[in-house]
Design a protein around this ligand. Sequence first.
Ligand code: NAD
Length: 245
Amino acid sequence: MTLNGKLAVVTGASSGIGKAVAERLRDEGMRVIGVDINAQQLSAITGIEHLVVDLAHDEGRAEVVKAGRGAHALINGAALIRLKKIREFTTQDIRDIYAVNVEAPWYLMSHLSEVMSDGGSIVNLSSVSARLTVTPETAVYASSKTALLAMTRSWAHVLAPRDINVNAILPGITDTPMQELVLHRLSELREIPYSELESTRLDSIPMKRAAQPAEIAALVRFLITDEAKYITGQALSQDGGSVMF
Ligand SMILES: NC(=O)c1ccc[n+]([C@@H]2O[C@H](COP(=O)([O-])OP(=O)(O)OC[C@H]3O[C@@H](n4cnc5c(N)ncnc54)[C@H](O)[C@@H]3O)[C@@H](O)[C@H]2O)c1
């Protein structure tokens, strides 16, 4: 079975990994609905449909479900990160981050799965930070990414009878705008020059390099093919060996 002509819904499609996924699946011949809050960046991606919504609220999430009827694949890539000294996180910070990183994928797994095709696939973008803490300044984001792993397992159970596999990818440091933001905020919070952080950030990675978004997109593509159908409920690290099982 080929991906050609099938529908994929990709959230966070205007930037970084989500953008690379949308472009890769488009290049495979899929019909892609790219979902993002950033209208300007999203509109710059050619050959896909653009759905501008705020995934922090049910109204926006419901629009995605409506547009995604019959989808073969759902890729939950949108995420919000905020860095602070750990005691400075407020309840509102937690709600804002969880609205995008936890509630939205939950809503879409619950409601979009009802209208997607049997035999389809769901891929959730978690993070190495779900399992490894090197920056307590991202503690709330990291906890949301751990929550996403538990959700992945539950939905994998529930959707298995319909032959829908549900997996999570845990990217390590990947060169995207989010990574830039992390370095800038860490530099401010720790009062360490940006250049110093940038030159040491890869030291603990056995492969001594960051991932490129296209590498993550290639794993997403594999996970939504028939070849990967017997893989479900898994958390697949793609991090240059940062976390070995
Ligand atoms: N870059 C990394 O090093 C890295 C590492 C591990 C995991 N990840 C995960 O990979 C995924 C993609 O990350 P990225 O680095 O490409 O990030 P990014 O910041 O470049 O892209 C995230 C996208 O999500 C969108 N988004 C945020 N809030 C939204 C909302 N309320 N409604 C709709 N869209 C919204 C943004 O507009 C943006 O386009 C995320 O889930 C992230 O947690 C990234």
